[in-house]
Write a protein that binds this ligand. Structure first.
Ligand SMILES: *Cc1c(COP(=O)(O)O)cnc(C)c1O
Length: 376
């Protein structure tokens, strides 16, 4: 059994994907070829932004977004403590300081109360300039933008949406990748919309930021001359082959995959809700289910359940085993567990179950029955 069955998707879309790859090879337009521009236009229209810039991966999408706003040494960037490392690493690598914020245990997303507390602490200390909030749409569920936007406004901060896992999610009909000043996503194979290697994209409504990003992803080149470098940028372009692979996958994503994965989630929740803590999707929100993550009672039960599932041939994952405040890379910050009670609960108790739009009901029934047995 696969945790996320990418091959089932390939089987469903094989003729289109193969033709897309073949046409790139025939055209020899390997760098920023036509499919990149076509995909950028389609993605921008879908999420409701004016511009989309395809880049090499989600990590660099976040980094380039911050670079486009001249974030650097002395700046504070607030992000979730319970996320993949890149949500904070994107700030560190350009010399800014990530400030880690505890989560709400029901949504696994940034806590508004903890965010406000951390902003006030940084202001009181007076060492760093608060600049950006990077809310993370963890496991496919958009962060609490209605509240976070109010906090951003109150303190004069900008928002960079980390939608690496959130592509396809919604709040009251507004799509992920449209929140805040700027947003970033990833096409890593296992993400809701994944390619066959690395890929990412940045979204903005600002024409100047769009132009700057197109320059920054190509070594700071001027719009007209590749060898006229205006500033120090990166080599971080979305590969044409990956764009060609993404075009048919994006069509399937829009047409049926988001619905299909939501049906899988509903079946899990219906069957499991009386025995374990199932994911919360707040009123008006839609998740694109990058992960279906339950909470067990404690670490012992979580580890035992995972071991029993493994015996039955069922893969499961612990996303994530430690909060960023406990990462060795951030040991120098000397952060205390006391500020991250909900991250600690989550890292002890979470378990993500196999989940993808092509999951058969019979396979899911086997997972559910095995889990119910393991929990008892
Ligand atoms: C995957 C991920 C990233 C980074 O994306 P890559 O394409 O792997 O570089 C950033 N943030 C979050 C929350 C992610 O899950």
């Amino acid at each position: 059994m696969q945790f996320r069955d990418l091959h089932a998707q390939y089987e469903a879309l094989k003729p289109e994907i193969d033709a897309g790859i073949q046409s790139v090879i025939e055209s020899s337009g390997f760098i920023l070829g036509k499919p990149v521009q076509e995909l950028e236009e389609q993605l921008a229209a879908y999420v409701g932004r004016r511009y989309c810039v395809g880049v090499a991966n989600g990590t660099e999408a976040l980094q380039l977004a911050l670079m486009a706003y001249d974030i650097g040494p002395g700046d504070a960037v607030f992000t979730s403590d319970f996320t993949y490392f890149a949500s904070a690493g994107c700030a560190s690598i350009i010399g800014a300081t990530p400030v880690l914020v505890d989560i709400d245990l029901d949504t696994f997303n940034m806590s508004s109360a903890a965010l406000e507390k951390q902003i006030r602490r940084v202001l009181d200390e007076g060492k760093l300039n608060p600049k950006f909030i990077i809310p993370v749409d963890l496991f496919g569920l958009p962060a609490n933008y209605p509240e976070i936007e109010q906090i951003a406004e109150k303190f004069g901060l900008k928002i960079l949406e980390d939608a690496a896992q959130g592509f396809g999610g919604q709040i009251n009909g507004r799509l992920a990748c449209s929140f805040g000043e700027i947003s970033a996503t990833s096409f890593f194979p296992a993400k809701p919309l994944g390619c066959y290697g690395d890929g990412g994209a940045i979204f903005t409504d600002d024409e100047t930021v769009d132009a700057r990003l197109r320059s920054l992803r190509a070594s700071g080149k001027s719009p007209l001359d590749k060898y006229d470098n205006r500033e120090v940028g990166m080599n971080s372009r979305l590969d044409t082959l990956q764009a060609a692979i993404l075009l048919p996958k994006f069509r399937a994503f829009k047409e049926y995959e988001v619905d299909a994965v939501n049906r899988v989630a509903e079946r899990y929740t219906e069957a499991l809700k009386d025995l374990v803590v199932t994911p919360t999707v707040p009123e008006g929100y839609l998740s694109s289910w990058a992960q279906y993550t339950i909470l067990l009672q404690n670490r012992e039960q979580r580890d035992a359940v995972q071991a029993k599932l493994k015996e039955k041939g069922i893969p499961s994952m612990v996303y994530y085993p430690r909060g960023l405040h406990r990462q060795a890379a951030y040991a120098w910050m000397e952060l205390s567990d006391e500020d991250y009670p909900n991250t600690l609960q989550a890292t002890d108790r979470v378990l993500s179950l196999p989940m993808h739009p092509y999951m058969e009901e019979s396979e899911q029934r086997y997972i559910i029955n095995s889990l119910l047995e393991a929990v008892k």
